[in-house]
Design a protein around this ligand. Structure first.
Ligand SMILES: Cc1cc2nc3c(=O)[nH]c(=O)nc-3n(C[C@H](O)[C@H](O)[C@H](O)COP(=O)(O)OP(=O)(O)OC[C@H]3O[C@@H](n4cnc5c(N)ncnc54)[C@H](O)[C@@H]3O)c2cc1C
Length: 441
């Protein structure tokens, strides 16, 4: 029986349920990465490429690394630009695939893509979905999705604490060969890909030496190296709780997010590293506990997106909250994007984002709150700008955090940040503002 594996945000060999489930009966395997014009197209609010200037090169590095990994195990990857619902059924027919494996996503656009493929498949090919992208396996949660609490604390104590995180799955030692005679199309470079998608090619961006991101490329190899370095070599988990609200340098937080977002790092692999850290240090450290909590936040936003569907991305409140009235002003919005609002703390954060594709969690909270609550702009435009700029963009974490700060998520309390007070507290000497005070280092 031939099998197709539709690769999406599960770009790894380690802890991969789809690869682990490959039956020894799989005669041949065709891994396919589809550059979908919808996922790679323009967002509806700002008409900017959803996969922007930082994420696109990172993704291409990730795919190149994965391709090397597949080749080392006797397989390969076929790269194609086109709609999955057209590309995959045609390939299934061409190679006689009885199954298409795919990892479940939580958000509507990604789910719609899976449904479109399922609808387009002929009677001889089945779509087989895997829960590959969260920390907690949905079937270990002991609640139906519709019963997910609309409160993170309730989720944490009543649901997550009662579930066990499964150990990560091992890397396969061998993969089935490609279908006989099938010549996979190569990974395109950025210029070729953008031309095929009808998008302008992003200008190459040299690394900004002020970047908080470690100088590592995309891909599973670098992701696992970062995990090892952070957790094992430098024992940074123990300090995480004290450093996580800082703003400068690569060590204050894990920086796992770009790899987690495209699935080149598994949350369960991180959890196992935290377990090892605790075991080696003979106690449950505060840093380890806080890091576990952050990984649960990531799961929570995914579950919430799956529970609420399109409402997760909409203006109205998930709990009937009335959104604050808008004072739409294009000039104010543009100034915010370019780090020219006049608020030095917000501007420094927005410049860092523009230059590197990254911003700390503290920065994201303040920059988002300022746009919504101080400038009176539409949070969805802010979320779309982040989607375009962030190297670690993840639809559930980005749109979920924005919606929360807009006061239209699961919290009914005032969610505005006091930005001047936050700047004083987290940048007391103004080092961060000075570092990002100009567009160039
Ligand atoms: C407005 C806004 C937009 C955001 N957009 C994204 C996004 O597109 N992609 C993304 O991965 N995170 C997003 N976050 C969450 C958080 O800011 C980043 O995950 C974090 O800054 C990434 O750096 P790190 O890996 O060093 O995080 P660490 O502090 O080391 O945390 C470890 C991991 O925990 C998870 N995590 C931490 N905080 C959160 C959180 N608040 N919500 C969900 N998961 C969390 C992430 O997977 C992160 O990699 C956003 C937060 C805000 C306020």
């Amino acid at each position: 029986m031939n099998t197709i594996y539709w690769l999406r945000n599960d770009l790894r060999l380690h802890d991969n349920a789809a690869l682990a489930a490959l039956a020894p009966t799989a005669a041949a395997l065709l891994p396919v990465y589809c550059f979908d014009p919808i996922a790679f197209g323009l967002d509806p609010y700002l008409e900017l490429a959803k996969v922007g200037p930082h994420r696109l090169p990172f993704l291409l590095e990730t795919l190149a690394d994965l391709q090397r990994g597949y080749a080392a195990l006797g397989s390969g990857i076929h790269f194609v630009v086109g709609k999955p619902e057209e590309v995959l059924p045609a390939l299934a027919q061409q190679v006689g695939a009885a199954e298409i494996l795919v990892s479940n996503e939580a958000t509507t656009e990604e789910e719609d893509a899976v449904n479109a493929v399922a609808d387009a498949l002929g009677p001889n090919t089945k779509l087989r979905e895997f829960d590959n992208l969260t920390l907690l396996h949905p079937s270990d949660l002991r609640i139906a999705l519709r019963d997910l609490p609309l409160s993170f604390s309730k989720f944490r104590f009543d649901v997550a604490d009662k579930a066990q995180v499964r150990p990560p799955l091992p890397v396969p030692t061998r993969l089935p060969a490609l279908p006989a005679g099938f010549a996979p199309a190569p990974l395109p470079d950025a210029a070729t890909l953008c031309a095929a998608l009808g998008l302008p090619a992003p200008a190459p961006r040299p690394r900004d030496r002020r970047s908080a991101l470690p100088a590592l490329p995309g891909g599973e190899t670098a992701a696992l190296a970062r995990l090892h370095d952070y957790a094992v070599e430098r024992h940074l988990i123990g300090r995480y709780d004290d450093t996580r609200n800082q703003l400068l340098g690569e060590a204050f937080s894990t920086k796992f997010s770009p790899w987690l977002a495209n699935g080149s790092l598994s949350a369960r692999q991180i959890w196992a590293a935290i377990d090892e850290y605790d075991a080696a240090h003979g106690a449950r450290s505060k840093g380890a506990m806080q890091l576990r909590l952050e990984l649960l936040w990531r799961d929570y936003f995914r579950l919430l997106a799956a529970r609420t569907g399109p409402a997760f991305f909409q203006w109205r409140g998930l709990r009937g909250q009335t959104p604050k009235p808008l004072n739409s002003n294009q000039k104010k919005f543009d100034a915010w994007t370019q780090g020219r609002t006049g608020n030095a703390f917000v501007d420094a954060n927005m410049r860092e984002l523009l230059a590197t594709g990254f911003m700390s969690n503290r920065g994201r909270q303040n920059a988002a709150s300022y746009l919504i609550h101080d400038l009176g702009q539409d949070w969805r435009h802010g979320a779309a700008w982040f989607e375009h700029q962030l190297v670690d963009h993840d639809p559930a974490s980005n749109w979920g955090n924005w919606k929360y700060i807009a006061g239209t998520g699961t919290d009914v309390r005032d969610t505005a940040f006091d930005v001047p007070q936050q700047a004083k507290r987290y940048d007391p000497q103004g080092r961060y503002v000075r570092t990002w005070g100009s567009a160039k280092p």
